[in-house]
Design a protein. Sequence first.
Length: 149
Amino acid sequence: MSAPYECGYASGMSSEQSSGLIAIVDDDISVQSALQDLIESDGLSTVCFGSAEEFLAAGAEQKAGCLIADIRMPGMSGFELQAKLKVNRCRIPIVFITAHGDARMRIQAMRDGAVEFLTKPFDNAVLLETVHAAVEDYSKTLRLGKSNQ
């Protein structure tokens, strides 16, 4: 097993390359498609995964600048994915979306580092604003990390 790494660095990608891709993890293909259309219509690139396991197997945490993930999915949940990324010292910004959210879940997600927790149906403008801000902040973090190496 390899040592934990700082996401965005292990792949040798620059901060600009790493931050331009939005990963979508949701087991509902219609949600994936709608999110992909929305985000790409706003000028960002996306890649979709039907499960947290597919996302991890693809190494997408090393390439994406923001992760949009459902909470409840078969197999690994969104919270479990967040915990796995945290153990691997991956600071990719996570925006959680769920149809089954409550205040306790929101507090848990935000306490563990999520940048936002949106309940379906959510305001598209809020999602886009959140994603753009997360990508910008993550890109700055990667640039600062590179300059400190």
